[in-house]
Design a protein around this ligand. Sequence first.
Ligand code: HEC
Length: 154
Amino acid sequence: MKKFFVGLALATIAFTGAASAQEAPFAKQIKARQGIMVYRALNIGVLGAMAKGEVEYNAEAAQKAADALVSSGKLDVSMLYVPGSSNAENPDSTVKPEVFTEDLGIGAKAADFNTAAEAMQAAAGGGLDGLKAAMGPLGKSCGGCHEVARIPQN
Ligand code: HEC
């Protein structure tokens, strides 16, 4: 009898383990990559608020935000974007399934972002005009990748 219950408990553990893996594959990888994006959004938000005049220009804060964006582009995210982790397998992600089956040119989109972030890094601390000029291409580089890689967002 005791053996039976132990067996049952083990079977239950194995089952729930499998079930949660099935319901939410790569949940941690998805959380991590979305976290990197939220980090980008926070930092571009600092720059955007200055560009729009909502917040007074501050060279140090602007430089910090631009530096953070450049750093975010240097992370190796290959272990976060793994086949089986798209929106089709896990609705918590907004990554299109084609990202893992077709060449959508995402590497080039990432390179565009890096270029725009570096231009912002060179300009952000040097005055509001330079920051404003670097803002357009930077924002476009975010959207350019989202357009190809993400399920359209409302
Ligand atoms: C090279 C591609 C690429 C670039 C460049 C890029 N993103 Fe993303 N972004 C993605 C992908 C892919 C996702 C979806 C991740 C997921 O849901 O698994 C995403 C998701 C997001 C999200 C939603 C995160 C969440 O919690 O679901 C935000 C916010 C975001 N990006 C902001 C930005 C900003 C701001 C920039 C530019 C400063 C940027 N991204 C640049 C590919 C990119």
